[in-house]
Design a protein around this ligand. Structure first.
Ligand code: GLC
Length: 530
């Protein structure tokens, strides 16, 4: 069967604030993405772009607080610019996905302004309002992901509203049929414009326990949590992944199925047994529940291998796998995994596993965590829970060239450009035959040209070599061996036969190899055609 585009393609995530500024306000915009469209389609050769939210927003959580689901924030452009972007992308065969934030809106959304205006407003029940406990405290013990309780008291109407993120992100009540209809119509708005799918923000949170029971304490919570981190002190039992989310997931999917070949990707964090249910019992929910498991593994071949095998083992036959290593909420791979060579091995792993890979902007340059002076912290998570928790580190401006502000903007950007931009930038790395950018381009091209590497089967190849992750990807007679050395020492693998090395993570060797003594340099990965 011919694979669908979201099965054999690569998704590239753009954090629009940080990609390319064309208006001179230090913040990226849609016109900037249009300007860089050839970079995406020709230089990189990715298949789909996904934008973090571009809707009108007071930006209390940088767009994840939506004030209008059917428009574009003027900071980023307008609907006409969006349509132009879509046309430019489609002209080049690129798919476009947008972020959809269904769990909460902004407190400045007109729906919430109405809802909070009085207890008997028709939209009161579009959000989650509850009376205080008799002693005046919040209705239950839930904490916000960003610190403090998940409830804010509204003086005027004498009730609390729920928000599991900042107070400016009140939670929508998906048990209300009118709200549900309004949200599903919001999906149709973008589908009618021609977008190819959605990445659905914290989708597992949209239905909560009907009785909003207290979450049980988490006995494993670290002892040194900030005092206001109520969230991490609890087990997330009643606030996410409820059984009755699944009928709603099917309704969401049915909207996409009214259109041709649109994809539903969802952000989900729970354990495997809860996560896998989001594929639906017959593949009738999400196409791709994001799989973040590799993000949480240490730099260890056995840990990565175990995670891949666990996922391969848990998937029902109809389910298509996917892998994410980095995004706008995490850390840069080179920083997390301890160096540039490790980031290269991680790239080779991500782009040769069985499943749709999502690559975060700037990873193709090996961008490292930004250094954000305390007074420049923007992210509410960093502001509320401490500088070490700020997600700003992975949101610094894209490094295009060595000119001032890295070619991102002609004024000082909203977050500082990383100090290494003079050498770590697209212009400098493009013509360097061994740069990480060249590696990514080769990996994208090889994956695209090689069915075994995109849709072929996966099998672990056991090896006694220390800290090496080795696997085979196969499509009929075409077989490829991927050997990744996670250790800082050279390793020699003893396998069978001969092969042709197509690519090394150092991009400096190809040609015949004797698999009985396949030597890998420290932190080197290779792809060998068998
Ligand atoms: C998701 C987003 C994150 C955002 C949060 C609230 O986790 O990825 O950036 O802060 O949801 O919408």
């Amino acid at each position: 069967m011919k694979p669908l585009w979201w099965q054999n393609g690569v998704v590239y995530q753009i954090y629009p604030r940080s990609f390319k500024d064309t208006t001179g306000n230090g913040i990226g915009d849609l016109a900037g993405v249009i300007e860089k469209m050839d970079y995406l389609s020709d230089t990189l050769g990715i298949d789909a772009i996904w934008f973090s939210p571009i809707n009108p927003s007071p930006m209390k959580d940088f767009g994840y607080d939506v004030a209008d689901y059917c428009d574009v924030d003027p900071m980023f452009g307008d609907l006409a610019t969006f349509d132009r972007l879509l046309a430019e992308a489609h002209k080049r065969g690129l798919k476009v996905l947008i972020d959809w934030v269904p769990n909460h809106s902004s407190d400045e959304h007109p729906w919430f302004l109405e809802s909070r205006s009085s207890r008997d407003n028709p939209k009161r029940d579009w959000y989650i309002w509850r009376d205080p406990k008799p002693d005046g405290t919040p209705p239950n013990n839930w904490g916000s992901f960003f610190g403090g309780p998940a409830w804010t008291f509204d003086e005027k109407t004498g009730q609390y509203y729920m928000h599991q993120f900042v107070p400016g992100q009140p939670e929508l009540n998906w048990r209300n049929p009118e709200l549900k209809k309004a949200m599903l119509d919001g999906l149709r708005f973008w589908l009618d414009r021609g977008i190819d799918g959605f990445r659905m923000d914290v989708i597992g949170l949209i239905i909560k326990d009907e009785d909003l029971r207290d979450n049980p304490p988490n006995p494993d919570a670290p002892a040194n949590l900030p005092a206001n981190d109520l969230f991490s002190r609890l087990h997330q039992v009643y606030n996410m992944d409820q059984d009755d989310v699944h009928p709603v997931m099917r309704e969401i999917r049915q909207v996409l199925d009214e259109y041709n070949e649109r994809v539903a990707i969802g952000e989900l964090w729970g354990p495997m047994d809860r996560w896998v249910k989001y594929y639906g019992t017959t593949g009738d929910e999400l196409h791709l529940p994001f799989n973040f498991r590799l993000m949480h593994q240490p730099w260890s071949a056995s840990a990565m291998r175990a995670s891949v095998e666990e996922m391969e083992g848990a998937l029902p036959p109809f389910a298509w796998p996917n892998y994410v290593l980095g995004n706008h909420d995490g850390t840069r791979l080179a920083t997390r995994f301890g160096g540039q060579s490790q980031a290269r091995v991680a790239a080779m792993m991500l782009l040769t596993l069985r499943g749709t890979p999502t690559v975060y902007y700037g990873e193709e340059l090996g961008m490292e965590n930004g250094v954000i002076p305390p007074e420049k912290i923007q992210d509410p998570q960093g502001i509320n829970l401490g500088a070490e928790r700020t997600r700003d580190v992975c949101r610094t401006p894209m490094q295009w060239d060595a000119t001032e502000h890295a070619g991102f903007s002609n004024v000082e950007p909203w977050l500082p450009v990383s100090a290494d931009y003079r050498t770590r930038n697209v212009a400098a790395m493009l013509n360097d035959p061994t740069s990480i950018l060249t590696l990514y381009r080769r990996l994208f091209a090889l994956r695209k040209a090689t069915p075994a590497l995109n849709v072929g089967s996966y099998a672990t190849v056991p090896t006694p070599a220390a800290d090496c992750f080795v696997y085979e990807r196969t499509d009929g007679p075409d077989r490829y061996l991927i050997a990744l050395n996670f250790s800082g020492e050279a390793q020699t693998l003893s396998l069978f036969g001969n092969g042709t090395c197509l690519l090394s993570t150092q991009v400096d060797r190809t040609g015949e190899v004797d698999l009985q003594a396949l030597s890998l340099r420290p932190h080197e990965g290779v792809i060998v055609k068998l």
